[in-house]
Ligand binder design. Structure first.
Ligand code: CMC
Length: 391
């Protein structure tokens, strides 16, 4: 009851109280559970960050080992899942396949839905942390016509993911440690970002008690869009487009500013950051390092830097406080790591998984009510019904 205020896109609506991620958009600050993103990206690994986000504290050695052990115990999926994957056309976008398979997991793990105790919740959480990377890797293997595989228990979480994605039959798997380090850092930077579109979706679906996997599947779908996680794919496609068009960045800047042109500068702007996205700062530096270490030269990196410089000096972007966001440089690193463009948003989903889980768990533990916004009705008043023959 009470007055309903209209807030399109929920720009000024707090949907919950949360103790997970702190974000100050004016100052460009991002912290997980109080720890600066810069420290976590530098000093922690992805699984430690996942534990921190979900359970609230950095794990000690035993806690981390147990967590990893429990995840490994769950890192296989039902054989029938292969048949479902087989039914998709090869050209299907990996995000659609991933969302479907995540939802399908519920059918094979019905006990994960009704989580009435903390223990039930924990079991559902380690299940999905074990199985989601398998599904993600398989979406790539399907595209590349590679045989479906499982990981290697002796490897770390991120290296194992990499192996599942890239292992080739008949060839010994080998990877440059710099690749795993860069991947680990990227996943950490994506791990949570408070009440963004996909996270709000996970909470919303979860608020009806639909179960963790169904909620995550919805989160994957929300992330897919180019205004959200899909921006990383859209950025590389845009940069390639600029390159192929002759590299005239000014022309594309003008297009982005033209209100009659739907084109936007992908990887620029953010709902909350009105200053540098701190993740973009780390990623830009990392892009330079990784490309250097791996000896990769990517002409679009120069185009990206040029575009960034121009935008930061341009009145239109300055006035609207539009800065590069996390997705502006991430695609360039993914590409240097050998990850195909269509998999970029899947990588984002793998990184965001712990955040989605943490937010879902917090919501269930706090016994949040079902999410159900109101509206301002602007339709017709009462009308008399006209029979079909008379219309
Ligand atoms: N290029 C050109 N103009 C832009 C851009 C852009 N990338 N972003 C915002 N604007 C303009 C927009 O046209 C509007 O202008 P005006 O005030 O004259 O109408 C003003 O800036 C404010 O934009 P908005 O669309 O009202 O802001 P929003 O908070 O609703 O949208 C956004 C945020 C991220 C969806 C938007 O900035 C955008 O579309 N950016 C490009 C896509 C992108 O990079 N998304 C990734 C976001 S970060 C990672 C993630 O969320 O997953």
């Amino acid at each position: 009851a009470g007055v309903i205020t209209l807030d399109r896109g929920y720009k000024n609506t707090g949907s919950c109280e949360s103790a997970i991620t702190f974000l100050d958009g004016e100052k460009g600050i991002l912290r997980y559970r109080g720890y600066a993103i810069e420290d976590l990206a530098e000093k922690a690994d992805f699984l430690e960050v996942a534990y921190l986000l979900i359970f609230g504290e950095l794990p000690n050695k035993e806690q981390l080992e147990k967590f990893h052990h429990d995840i490994k115990e769950e890192s296989q999926v039902d054989e029938e899942v292969k048949k479902i994957l087989d039914g998709f056309p090869k050209a299907a976008h990996p995000m659609g396949v991933l969302s479907s398979l995540t939802s399908a997991l519920t059918a094979f793990n019905p006990s994960s839905v009704d989580v009435s105790s903390e223990e039930d919740m924990y079991n559902a959480i380690v299940k999905i942390l074990g199985k989601f990377p398998v599904l993600a890797a398989w979406t790539l293997r399907k595209k590349k016509s590679l045989p479906l595989n499982y990981g290697d228990d002796s490897l770390g979480y991120v290296e194992n993911l990499h192996k599942m994605m890239f292992e080739k039959p008949g060839k010994k798997y080998d990877v440059d440690p710099a690749v795993i380090e860069a991947l680990d850092k990227l996943l950490i930077l994506h791990a949570d970002h408070e009440q963004n579109c996909s996270t709000s979706t996970v909470r919303m679906v979860g608020s009806s008690h639909a179960g963790l996997f169904a909620s995550l599947s919805a989160g994957v779908s929300a992330l897919w869009g180019p205004l959200h996680g899909g921006a990383n794919q859209a950025v590389i496609e845009m940069l390639e487009g600029i390159k192929e068009d002759g590299g005239d960045t000014k022309k594309f800047m003008e297009k982005a500013k033209d209100k009659d042109d739907p084109f936007r500068l992908m990887g620029f702007g953010h709902r909350v950051y009105k200053n540098f996205d701190p993740r973009a700062k780390i990623i830009k530096k990392s892009a330079d390092e990784v490309l250097g270490q791996l000896g990769v030269e990517d002409p679009v990196l120069e185009i990206a830097k040029g575009l960034e410089k121009e935008a930061l000096e341009d009145d239109y972007f300055v006035k609207r406080k539009l800065y590069p966001n996390v997705d502006f440089y991430s695609g360039i690193i993914y590409r240097a790591l050998g990850i195909p463009v269509e998999m970029f948003t899947v990588m984002f989903a793998l990184g965001r998984l712990p955040g989605w889980i943490a937010q879902w768990r917090e919501m269930r533990m706090k016994k949040e009510p079902i999410g159900r916004p109101r509206q301002i009705y602007v339709g017709e008043n009462h009308r008399e019904f006209t029979d079909l023959e008379k219309r």
